[in-house]
Design a protein around this ligand. Structure first.
Ligand code: UD1
Length: 429
């Protein structure tokens, strides 16, 4: 067991390098199944979700080689299409991309229901309907296994009832090698959807319109290997930008695509921070205390739900009354009770939280309820007076590479501490 210990109140200063996007790379790794060839992917973040996905690919017969710190080479020529059990899929949501990729390659797939962060009910009906529209018969088997079967996936017109990132990506994976044309209407426009389309196209696929709400996929017979670099992580970048602003610091966030950051930059500016965009970096500088603002999370290009908890931490000590509305998930405010333990004044009513900004937070023992809620606890600890201990940090390791070392590089007084039954031991870095 490990926890993160933070002595707060130090404004972050310096430069930080952003890694590859978690939500993009998990789709890209799944897509390698579609080519019986070698794909070399660069800018792979060193996070536990990626390690688990590489483990699953290896278990299914892929030849997986790590070349240096952030590059992986994968050959899926000798791949088997056996069951992917719950033991392997329970750790993260993106394991459902194995359904689309296996179905796209073999015409059948058997993958257990995905795990992932608990934001209330997270249905996958749009994925299932999409597979059915491509010709799959779908069965729900024992041990939560979803089984897809078809002679040959066939293109179709698919209208998504809700804008779903996962369903859009899964349908693209399933349709890339289907016979005929697939059109997805009301598609998600997130940067990782575009990244997957670019990756598939560099493997010889024909995917057009990604980044708009209509995506057209002309199925091709074969896909070949390629070399590709994953886009930077919008949410990791947004987390460091928010941490910089929340501590009244001055940080250059390097290796980002500023266009992807606009909704986040705009809210930081509204709160009183200065945000300067360069070609592939963003400078955030903030006064000691920020101002209130109103945020509603929406599908891209709206404000991302995956940045809502980090802003929850920031706004808890901003001057005035802020309102956070969650527009995507049913239950994403659980972490607010942990901020209240730190002295925040917050009322939650369904999908709306009202935050009366307090002058400062106070250090406390808090829990990471999920990945981004964990990032919010780290930001709160950096802002707070005194010592904060964040527990259940395995959630944070799912999606943040070296978060402690990166924050230390910005001057934060933060460390990991291993907790044994008989005592505790510091861990460097
Ligand atoms: C992905 C991201 C997650 C992010 C979310 C929203 C990955 C691995 N995860 O999750 O980090 O928070 O997008 O940007 O990329 N819905 C349905 N039926 C479905 C699918 C979704 O009703 O079949 C609903 C969901 O309950 C939610 C909304 O649609 O209310 C959006 O969900 P979706 O975009 O699918 O999120 P995920 O792909 O699970």
């Amino acid at each position: 067991m490990e926890k993160i210990v933070i002595n707060g109140g130090v404004p972050l200063r310096g430069e930080v390098q952003i890694g590859g996007a978690k939500n993009a790379v998990l789709a890209l790794l799944s897509a390698t199944i579609l080519a019986k060839d070698t794909c070399r992917i660069q800018n792979i973040p060193n996070i536990s979700d990626v390690s688990i996905m590489l483990h699953i690919l290896h278990q299914l017969g892929a030849d997986v080689r790590r070349l240096g710190a952030d590059t992986v080479e994968i050959n899926t020529k000798y791949f088997n299409s056996g069951v992917v059990p719950h033991e392997l899929t329970k750790h993260f949501r993106a394991s459902y991309y194995l359904l689309g990729a296996l179905f796209g390659r073999f015409g059948h797939a058997r993958v257990a229901m995905p795990g992932g962060c608990d934001f209330g009910v997270r249905p996958i009906d749009q994925h299932i309907r999409g597979f059915e529209m491509l010709g799959a018969s779908v069965a729900f088997e024992e041990n939560a296994v979803i089984a897809l079967q078809s002679e040959q996936p066939m293109g179709n017109l698919i209208y998504l009832d809700v804008v779903s990132v996962g369903a859009t990506i899964n349908i693209i994976l399933a349709a890339a090698r289907a016979r005929g044309v697939t059109i997805i209407e009301n598609a998600a426009k997130e940067p990782h959807v575009v990244d997957l389309a670019n990756f598939l196209n560099s493997m010889g696929a024909d995917v057009r319109g990604a980044g708009t709400d209509v995506i057209k996929i002309h199925g091709v017979k074969e896909l070949h290997g390629c070399e590709y670099a994953t886009i930077p992580d919008q949410i990791e970048a947004g987390t460091f930008m928010t941490a910089a602003a929340a501590t009244g610091g001055r940080v250059l966030v390097r290796g980002v695509i500023p266009k992807h950051m606009e909704s986040i930059s705009n809210k930081l500016i509204e709160c009183g921070a200065e945000v300067l965009e360069f070609d592939d970096s963003i400078l955030v500088a903030a006064p000691k205390r920020l101002q209130r603002c109103k945020i509603k999370t929406m599908p891209h290009p709206g404000f991302p739900t995956d940045m809502q908890p980090q802003f929850g931490a920031l706004l808890s000590a901003a001057e005035g009354t802020s309102i956070l509305s969650e527009g995507i998930f049913d239950n994403r405010f659980r972490y607010m009770d942990q901020l209240v333990r730190m002295g925040a004044q917050i009322k939650v009513d369904g999908k709306v939280a009202v935050l009366e900004g307090v002058p400062f937070l106070k250090g406390a023992q808090v829990k990471a309820y999920d990945l981004r809620a964990g990032a919010a606890m780290v930001i709160a600890g950096l802002m707070a007076q005194g010592t904060t201990e964040v527990e259940s940090i395995e959630y944070i390791d799912r999606g943040y590479e070296d978060i402690v070392a990166k924050l230390q590089g910005l001057g934060a007084d933060i460390r990991r501490r291993e907790t044994y039954a008989r005592g505790e031991q510091e861990i460097a870095g």
